[in-house]
Design a protein. Structure first.
Length: 117
């Protein structure tokens, strides 16, 4: 996964667990794409301090994901829902002739989703 996308997802799931100061700086980097120098000037801290805060936030957010696995479960469930949608389109287009097989596949995917929740 591209680093900025991964940072955004991790922040979406765990960002509220950071301090307000960390949130403000991390959002400036990830969402506003500001340079460390721009953030440092706006926050009244050194560029090195901003760099350290961003690195600390990255480690913290990754640590939460290692323990809780919310982003991984979200991605897995999203993929299974996509598979269900593909099966439905194939069924509606007459590409799947065996209704039992279709039902079995959808049921299997939905059971997997329920176990992940």
């Amino acid at each position: 996964m591209e680093k900025i996308v991964e940072q955004g997802l991790l922040y979406d799931f765990y960002g509220e667990l950071l301090t307000k100061h960390q949130q403000r700086i991390y959002e400036s980097v990830v969402y506003e794409n500001l340079s460390l120098g721009e953030i440092a000037e706006a926050e009244g801290v050194s560029r090195q301090a901003v760099h350290d805060i961003v690195k600390r936030c990255d480690r913290t957010l990754l640590g939460y994901e290692e323990k809780l696995k919310l982003v991984a479960r979200f991605a897995s469930i999203k993929e299974k829902i996509s598979q269900i949608n593909e099966l439905s389109v194939s069924f509606e287009n007459g590409e799947l002739k065996d209704q039992r097989l279709y039902g079995s596949q959808v049921r299997d995917l939905s059971d997997q989703i329920m176990r992940e929740l």
